[in-house]
Ligand binder design. Structure first.
Ligand SMILES: *Cc1c(COP(=O)(O)O)cnc(C)c1O
Length: 716
């Protein structure tokens, strides 16, 4: 097997051959100058390939290559980018070198999905994007990290909405050769494999990797001719299939993942479980130690002290559980290697569910990690209550589960013009210091007109993007004329525009806004202060309740009386998300408290000066300070219908009395100065506190460093 980068490199003249290195390292995706370089390389191709440099280099004509290799402007940009790239790949960043004990022993970060760039569809939503942001930030601060996940051969689905509004899922095969994913090769040039037993069958996994700056992500793939057809499907789709598929996937992720790390020759000091899907990894690590002659209890202690577990959902159905017979079927032989009886083994994941005892992946993870956290302050509290059952002897506030609030990776979520604005007013090195709150005192130096002009520009770009997408879908025959209207053709670039984009899960209450249709229509069509809404989001393919909510939104948006003031953008992904969080005026979030563990899209919006209007839940419960957006204090007692009525009334009131008047109150020069003040406060709180850098430094200080020391002490 050949490393595909060789082929691409050979296509390029030596003067620009390092474009291949750039294309195969997703570092480019969060460095504006590198993105600009690819844009200059061949703009039409950049667009038609969906911002995919690997595909672009494969498809570009030899004439174009010769042309850019002689273009002084291109070459100047090329040299600057390569210089920055090499500096970053070297030892540019000191923070982790000074703060993490052993650079040769990485943190192994397991996650069922990684959202790095939209050209690599191995993520579905928030959890995956958080994992991608974690990897990027590890690279930025110099923390050694190896991610472990799946190569989904069909990725996550693309969403198509037919006229009746019931979402359809379209799967298409991932063409690996058109991605920066490369095979892990042994010295003889063969792809490295690992194998394991799955309910008595032998399953093989091929290993791939993708480079994210200095971080590496190892991806496993069971789609091999040697495997049984049903095993080949295991890594085809994210979160697809029945319980049997699910437990098999999780065995591959957890147990196979540890073997993959070993096959790569890596020796992690710390193991971080991003959600319970990968929790079986703790068993495999215990098994390794037991095989070395350790007792089960001693091995369990050592594994616990070197394991970090992050739980992400306060929704009980969000925690994976398996019934005992299924666990016994898959772990019968395995538990004998651990020296455990059936009862002892099942105890490791036991909780009492509504239908009796069951094996709960979160419980397993909690029992085998010394560092356990929720993802916002409120979610920490809720999780302590939820998991009090595992520590019944302690008062609930002493349940050993704390919180580290999520953040977003700043350079990935802001556009070039905002980067330039911050460089101009905060200093050329602002990207090195943005988690320092003091830096943001200088934000007031940005003249209101300039920040407002930036925002209006982003809003126009978003509108152009939305219209163009609708036009393309109309041309290709995917949309009837009615749908073009819902797709945003009538959006008004001057009107107050509110974005609501996220997974259509019932607790997120996408239809809260439609509680009182007449009042809503009055808000939409206010002759002095019109308001419009942009919705986007996918429902999980197995979640009919979510699809039903989506259909309700879609049907309402199609109502002629709405007049195109509610748009629904199909196929929400990181690309659409970027345009929306940068281009709308307000970001709306209406979950049922306290179901939103953190929420991150509102953080992305706030970085861009798009204030949050949200139920006080997740990160907003600690992020809201009275001047940086708007908050709805939800009705906590009472029936769900009463809560909905109360929260909706409060939402309408805020829109009518506060948000719209402030937005439309302009100075003679057209700048809404009161509004710009809220924009600045949103930026000032979001960037330093709700960024991945602050988050990752907390993980490092509170979890990775003590866990890495424990690894040294245990000699593992
Ligand atoms: C950020 C993001 C999410 C997560 O949004 P939440 O507000 O946490 O629900 C989901 N999908 C995409 C494409 C995103 O960019």
């Amino acid at each position: 097997m050949e490393d595909p980068i060789t082929f691409v490199r050979e296509k390029l003249p030596p003067r620009i051959e390092r474009l291949a290195d750039l294309a195969y390292n997703l570092w480019w995706s969060w460095h504006q100058d590198a993105r600009d370089l690819f844009k200059m390389f061949d703009y039409p191709l950049w667009r038609s390939t969906g911002h995919n440099p690997v595909r672009m280099l494969l498809e570009v004509s030899p004439e174009r290559i010769q042309e850019v290799a002689r273009d002084p402007l291109f070459l100047r940009q090329y040299d600057a980018v390569i210089l920055a790239f090499d500096r970053d790949m070297g030892n540019g960043h000191l923070w982790a070198r000074q703060n993490y004990p052993d650079p040769t022993r990485p943190v192994a970060y397991f996650s069922a999905e990684f959202g790095i760039h939209f050209s690599l569809p191995i993520y579905s939503g928030g959890l995956g994007i958080l994992a991608g942001d974690h990897a990027k930030e590890a690279s930025d601060i110099g923390l050694p990290l190896v991610g472990v996940g799946f190569l989904y051969s069909q990725g996550y689905f693309r969403q198509h909405i037919p006229p009746h509004g019931w979402q359809e899922a379209v799967y298409s095969p991932l063409r690996i050769e058109e991605t920066p994913i490369r095979p892990v090769l042994d010295p003889e040039g063969r792809q490295v494999r690992v194998q394991m037993s799955l309910g008595g069958r032998l399953v093989q996994m091929a290993l791939w990797w993708v480079q994210v700056g200095r971080a590496q992500i190892c991806l496993m793939d069971t789609n091999l001719p040697e495997n049984e057809p049903w095993d080949r499907m295991l890594t085809s789709r994210l979160y697809g299939g029945d319980r049997e598929t699910r437990i098999s996937q999780e065995i591959v992720l957890g147990i196979g993942g540890v073997r993959a790390v070993r096959a790569l020759g890596l020796d992690p000091a710390v193991w971080h479980l991003n959600e319970g899907h990968c929790a079986f990894l703790v068993l495999e690590r215990v098994r390794e130690l037991v095989a070395r002659g350790w007792s089960f209890d001693r091995a369990a202690d050592a594994v616990r002290e070197t394991t970090v577990f992050t739980t992400h959902t306060p929704v009980p159905a969000g925690h994976d559980v398996f019934d005992f017979p299924m666990v016994e079927k898959y772990f019968h032989d395995y538990r004998e290697q651990l020296g455990l009886t059936r009862e002892e083994f099942l105890e490791l994941g036991r909780t009492n569910g509504p239908t009796g005892p069951e094996f709960n992946m979160t419980a397993l993870a909690l029992r085998f990690s010394a560092y356990r956290n929720g993802v916002s302050r409120l979610h920490g509290e809720v999780s302590r209550q939820m998991w009090h059952v595992l520590w019944p002897d302690r008062p609930v506030e002493e349940v050993p589960l704390f919180h580290i609030t999520n953040g977003v990776h700043v350079p990935s979520w802001i556009p070039g013009p905002l980067n330039r604005l911050f460089r101009k007013y905060l200093g050329r090195d602002w990207l090195e210091r943005y988690d320092d709150p003091n830096l943001w005192e200088r934000l007031d130096d940005i003249p209101d007109e300039e920040l407002w002009a930036f925002h209006e520009d982003q809003k126009r770009k978003m509108m152009a993007f939305i219209r163009e997408r609708a036009r393309q879908r109309r041309i290709s025959g995917e949309m009837d004329p009615d749908q073009v209207l819902v797709a945003g053709a009538f959006l008004d670039p001057e009107a107050l525009t509110i974005g609501f984009a996220r997974r259509f899960a019932t607790y997120k209450r996408a239809t809260l806004l439609f509680q009182d249709p007449d009042r809503l229509k009055r808000i939409l069509h206010n002759p002095y202060r019109p308001v419009q809404f942009i919705f986007a989001g996918k429902a999980h393919p197995a979640d009919d309740a979510g699809k039903y909510l989506l259909q309700q939104v879609y049907t309402f948006a199609k109502d002629p009386a709405v007049g195109g003031r509610i748009a629904f953008i199909e196929d929400y992904d990181m690309h659409v998300a970027r345009y929306l969080v940068q281009g709308v005026d307000v970001w709306l979030n209406t979950p049922r408290r306290p179901m939103e563990a953190s929420g991150t899209s509102g953080q992305k919006a706030a970085l861009n000066g798009v204030p949050h209007l949200s139920i006080l839940d997740g990160w907003w419960d600690e992020g809201y300070n009275g001047v940086n957006g708007w908050a709805i204090a939800p009705l906590e007692e009472g029936a769900p219908a009463d809560q909905d009525a109360h929260d909706a009334a409060e939402l309408y009131r805020l829109l009518e009395e506060e948000v719209a008047p402030l937005f439309y109150h302009r100075d003679p020069d057209g700048v809404p100065r009161g509004w710009v003040r809220v924009m600045k406060e949103a930026i000032r709180t979001a960037v330093p506190y709700f960024c991945t850098r602050r988050m990752l430094k907390e993980y490092t200080t509170h979890c990775y460093v003590p866990a890495a020391r424990a690894a040294q002490e245990w000699g593992i």
